[in-house]
Design a protein around this ligand. Structure first.
Ligand code: EPU
Length: 443
């Protein structure tokens, strides 16, 4: 039989794919150790570009996003050595160009916008392909550009490439119209070496903002106020190398906390900063889950019935949007009706049809998901539309009776190190399976 070449290529590309296969219903018991924070790592690695010496970054999560930035910096001329799974040594002195021309690598990386701030801060110029959108939003960068312009850069956007250029960067007063994690970090990266004082008002306050500021300060920067609404940066001429250890991942920890609450059980979640988990712990307690706090761990215990609760996502210290899908999965088997209000992103509910395939009863009304708790979920084949939505499907699969197969796990593995091993170690029946893809694309 004759097969047209294009068709043949498609079959080869899709022939072998990985998926998670979960047999739900097991309660979780034991200990899980949390890795370094993804959203700090994806900013801290580009920040090393600003140094005039070697930087050693520790407690990095072993995930795809980190590997992608590692390869971008190597492509740009940095010498990157992996000392262990979680430690990189980066010597940025070989980077001689501000033109990030590795378009395909950058396209793989949602947070590639941090290359703008880092290269602008180093060279007073940057040329970076635009970050792509994602399944739940377009990613506007107007606030990033506003900050760069205040510092004296001219910004041109042409054919999906952003070009920034300044004679010299000079400190200024930046007021953000929206609270934006990426814009706040980019403003810090661009301002650390700008002449004079930069003030950022209405700054984001997430733990990883503080982490990036601490890392830059460990290289000799002068940043004060990170973690509050107002950040002040006094520009310095040079930044030296550093040894810096990244904070634990708030959202990875929260995801496992929600998983234990959903399945029931008793798990010690280790290597966390409990203060960073306050909003998540508070909401879990509303559902009747016990959360005990220790110095660097939380114990999550759920024995009784799960209660309904309402959740509204907000910038830190509010409830994180990156925990919203996992909580919708959790609340789908709670008694009563819960309202989950997404106020950070325009539409972060694209996964709801997938949860419904497992038997969840959820009605979306604009920014609000109305979750009517059901007595149980039933396994089914589903597809992860993005990282946190994928984590929500894992949680639902752990609860559901029968087998849940999750496709598109590349999204989940972008942000969760060893998720299969970590969950299996506490009693989940979850496997990563390579299979020959003969399924229809559409469910
Ligand atoms: N916004 C603008 N203009 C801008 C930038 C942002 O209007 O120039 C808006 C966005 O549309 C959104 C809001 O501001 O409505 C917040 O966006 P933010 O800039 O804070 O998001 P981000 O920096 O692009 C980071 C995380 C996201 C997380 C958000 C909110 C990284 C790499 N990503 O994105 O994490 O949802 O902050 O906390 O740090 C994830 O980890 O799964 C993830 C998506």
């Amino acid at each position: 039989m004759y097969i047209k070449p294009l068709f043949k290529i498609r079959i080869l590309e899709r022939a072998f794919v990985d998926k998670f296969v979960i047999k739900g219903g097991n309660k979780l018991y034991g200990e899980i150790s949390v890795s370094g924070a993804k959203n700090a790592a994806v900013a801290i690695i580009p920040a090393t570009v600003l140094a005039d010496d070697v930087c050693r970054i520790e407690n990095l999560p072993n995930i795809k996003d980190v590997a992608v930035i590692e390869s971008i910096l190597t492509y740009m001329g940095a010498e990157v050595r992996r000392l262990s799974e979680s430690v990189l040594e980066i010597d940025p002195r070989g980077i001689k160009s501000y033109n990030v021309s590795c378009v395909e690598m950058v396209a793989n990386m949602r947070a590639s916008y941090y290359l703008l701030g880092a290269f602008l801060g180093k060279f007073s110029k940057a040329r970076v392909p635009m970050p792509g959108g994602c399944s739940f939003c377009d990613r506007p960068v107007d606030q990033h550009l506003k900050a760069f312009e205040v510092l004296g850069a001219e910004c041109h956007v042409e054919e999906a490439v952003i070009e920034l250029s300044a004679e010299k960067l000079t400190g200024g007063s930046i007021y953000f119209d929206v609270v934006s994690v990426g814009s706040t970090i980019n403003a810090m990266l661009a301002a650390v070496k700008a002449e004079g004082l930069t003030t950022i008002e209405n700054a984001a306050k997430e733990p990883h903002i503080v982490d990036v500021a601490n890392m830059l300060n460990s290289m000799g920067a002068n940043i004060k106020g990170a973690g509050t609404d107002v950040i002040k940066i006094r520009g310095v001429q040079k930044l030296h190398g550093c040894t810096y250890s990244i904070i634990p991942d708030q959202i990875e920890a929260g995801t496992y906390m929600a998983a234990v609450a959903a399945t029931g059980g008793n798990v010690l979640i280790k290597d966390v900063i409990p203060k960073h988990l306050d909003s998540i712990s508070a909401k879990l307690r509303d559902t009747g889950t016990v959360v005990e706090e220790y110095d660097e761990a939380v114990r999550v215990i759920r024995e009784g019935e799960l209660h309904r609760c309402n959740v509204k996502t907000m910038p830190h210290p509010g409830f994180p949007t990156d925990m919203q899908p996992q909580f919708v999965a959790l609340l789908s088997t709670a008694s009563g009706t819960s309202r989950v209000n997404e106020s950070v992103w325009d539409d972060r509910f694209s996964y709801i049809p997938q949860l419904k395939r497992l038997g969840a009863d959820i009605l979306q009304q604009g920014h609000i998901a109305i979750v009517q708790g059901v007595s149980g979920l039933k396994g089914a084949p589903v597809k992860a539309p993005d990282l946190r939505a994928g984590a929500a499907l894992v949680i639902a699969g752990l609860v559901a009776k029968g087998t849940t197969e999750i496709e598109n796990i590349k999204y989940i593995e972008r942000g969760y190190e060893n998720i299969v091993d970590k969950l299996a170690a506490v009693g989940a029946d979850i496997r990563r399976v390579t299979y020959k893809n003969t399924m229809d694309d559409e469910y």
